[in-house]
Design a protein around this ligand. Structure first.
Ligand code: NAD
Ligand code: APR
Length: 247
């Protein structure tokens, strides 16, 4: 099992507010490849940075639409892993738990987390590329991408693409949660994309304990952060068991 410093155990037991930033590594054990791991199968010759951009959608709308459709159907087949479930269970012993996720798979909500801020949108939602309005149902047959029933513009996934601004409301709520938390976890993210990558530094400035949880011991490697190196799906259940044995 992972060795958790006694000081961190005490701080977690005393914590009123915990904020957790998650990235693709959180869903890796559910079977969803991370962005910077080699993409497997059909899409291995493509790089997310080349597909998840407004330019890619403008020039190859069908390709981008089909890439998201394949990821959407993959996500529909997988389940939250024990890491997602442990974060949902944490709400039973900590007054305020805020999950701030860069993931678009919706697995935190599926696991039962009640406060999830989606910084990069959600691929299960589709919106009009002109009006931005969410469209509930659409045909996946015929010419793709489908068109908006209201203005005939192309529909697109409600995911934030490289270079696009993040949705204001979740970003502002995330900033508040980071500034107010007693302990801040950064789990399964390479910390290469802003503004999410700056949250660990905001948390530190606000005198929170910062805990990095990652299989890559070099990820977000800063001196005064705690590190629990290893797969989140294994470490999070162990952490809950150790810190809150009464659960
Ligand atoms: P970027 O560097 O272009 O910045 C993204 C946004 O964050 C920009 O609007 C920028 O103004 C803002 N930003 C940048 N640095 C900031 C800072 N220090 N403080 C506050 N705001 C800052 O990011 P990117 O790498 O081009 O990616 C854009 C977004 O699209 C990212 O959030 C990325 O994760 C997301 N994305 C999503 C998917 C997906 O499938 N969901 C795929 C690729 C990228
Ligand atoms: N447990 C914990 N960490 C893991 C696990 C695991 N089981 N498996 C992989 N990791 C780590 C990897 O070591 C890596 O540091 O998860 C991280 C995944 O990093 P990325 O693939 O870069 O994903 P992420 O950080 O979420 O990317 C940020 O960039 O492409 C855009 O919008 C996209 O939201 C994404 C953003």
């Amino acid at each position: 099992s992972c060795d958790i410093p006694q000081e961190l155990i005490e701080n977690l037991r005393a914590a009123n507010k915990i904020a957790i930033l998650t990235g693709a590594g959180m869903s890796a054990e559910s079977g969803i490849p991370t962005f910077r791991d080699a993409l497997t199968g059909l899409w291995s010759q493509y790089n997310p940075e080349d597909l998840a951009t407004p330019q890619a959608f403008e020039h190859h709308p069908r390709l981008v639409w089909e890439w998201y459709s394949s990821r959407r159907s993959l996500v529909r087949q997988v389940s939250p892993n024990q890491g997602h479930q442990a974060l949902a269970a944490m709400e039973r012993v900590v007054p305020t738990v805020t999950v701030i996720t860069q993931n678009v798979d919706g697995l935190h909500q599926k696991a039962g987390s009640s406060r999830v801020l989606e910084l990069h949108g959600n691929i299960h939602r589709v919106k009009c590329s002109q009006e931005g309005t969410i469209v509930g149902t659409w045909e996946e047959t015929g010419t793709l991408p489908p068109r908006c029933p209201h203005c005939q513009a192309l529909l697109r996934p409600d995911a934030v693409w490289f270079g696009e601004p993040l949705p204001q409301e979740p970003l502002l709520e995330a900033a508040e949660a980071v500034a107010a938390c007693d302990v801040f976890f950064s789990i399964g993210t390479s910390g290469q994309v802003y503004p999410a990558a700056s949250f660990v530094h905001f948390a530190r400035r606000s005198h929170a304990e910062v805990v990095i949880m990652n299989t890559d011991e070099k990820a977000q490697d800063f001196p005064d952060f705690h590190r629990l190196n290893g797969p989140a799906g294994q470490i999070l259940p162990e952490l809950l068991q150790t810190v809150w044995p009464q659960m």
